[in-house]
Design a protein around this ligand. Structure first.
Ligand code: OAD
Length: 263
């Protein structure tokens, strides 16, 4: 039996399947992963931009570099669309064959593909938290990106104050709002729901993640201990080879639609 057919059979037999996703799932939408060659952490030091204090400091010391990074990120987000992998996951959910998507990705593409039950444990780039009154508000991609682009393009100098001007303003207290994303050292979101899904599932699909960052990297072993089967889809590596029941060395944008076609 082919790997695709074996994966389809495991999904069709499962009572409650959960997908755990990483940056690889969005790679075919044109969004860079973190740790592949040429990825985000090849170009930037995670301690410089991945922690709140580091970022504040870097905005004042490495303004040019960060303006280039934000401008590139904006360009990517302006064009990124859900890819066939995202769409296949949404279709599996619609068919009742996938219960929950737990994603480390902050790009909102699972939701835009139509997935309803998404736990975005590292936050969401289009959800904002007011720095003044802590009010939370989700914005539409189309409402946020053009305004940021217009402001960024007029800036000749980039530092902390300039970066604040890129942020939307709270409609309750007028303070700037920060993207509600998890930086290193901050609490992962929706963790009780994620652990509950991982503990209850009988099939965990581990998709496009290097399995480097905890607690998500620990989900496959938690699920395995509760008796779940583990399917890994990743063209470059099976970071969970000691746990996986089935490994597909394929891109998720290719493997997931092919699996869906058999179901
Ligand atoms: P990584 O960049 O660490 O890993 C991406 C994985 O995707 C690698 O294992 C690649 O082999 C795989 N990959 C690449 N292209 C793929 C494709 N088309 N289909 C399937 N897989 C593909 O990204 P994550 O594991 O998501 O956290 O990283 C986890 C966390 O580290 C991120 O959420 C971020 C980062 O620091 C925070 O910023 C808090």
């Amino acid at each position: 039996m082919s790997l695709i057919a074996s994966a389809a059979e495991l999904i069709s037999r499962s009572r409650y399947a959960v997908a755990v996703c990483g940056a690889g799932v969005s790679a075919e939408s044109g969004i860079d992963t973190f740790r592949d060659p040429g990825g985000v952490w090849d170009r930037l030091d995670p301690m410089m931009v991945g922690t709140p204090d580091g970022l504040v400091n870097a905005l004042n010391t490495h303004g040019k570099l960060l303006k280039r990074f934000f401008s590139g990120l904006l360009k990517t987000l302006e064009t990124a669309q859900p890819n066939p992998g995202h769409l296949a996951l949404a279709a599996l959910e619609e068919k009742g064959m996938l219960g929950t998507v737990i994603t480390q990705n902050i790009d909102n593409l699972h939701q835009e593909a139509g997935s309803q039950h998404v736990l975005d444990v590292h936050g969401n780039l289009f959800a904002f938290e007011c720095l003044g009154c802590h009010h939370h508000q989700k914005f539409d991609r189309a409402a946020v990106l053009p305004a940021m682009r217009a402001t960024l393009d007029t800036m000749t100098q980039f530092d902390l104050n300039a970066a604040k001007q890129l942020l939307p303003v709270c409609d309750r207290c007028n303070a700037p709002m920060r993207p509600d994303v998890v930086m290193f050292g901050e609490s992962v979101k929706k963790l009780p729901e994620a652990f509950s899904a991982v503990g209850q599932c009988d099939l965990l699909m581990v998709l496009g993640t290097s399995g480097t960052v905890y607690p998500v990297a620990g989900f496959p072993s938690t699920a395995k201990q509760s008796g779940a089967k583990i399917v890994v889809i990743n063209p470059m590596e099976d970071a969970f080879s000691h746990l996986s029941d089935l490994y597909l060395p394929l891109k998720t944008g290719e493997a997931l639609p092919a699996i869906l076609e058999l179901l």
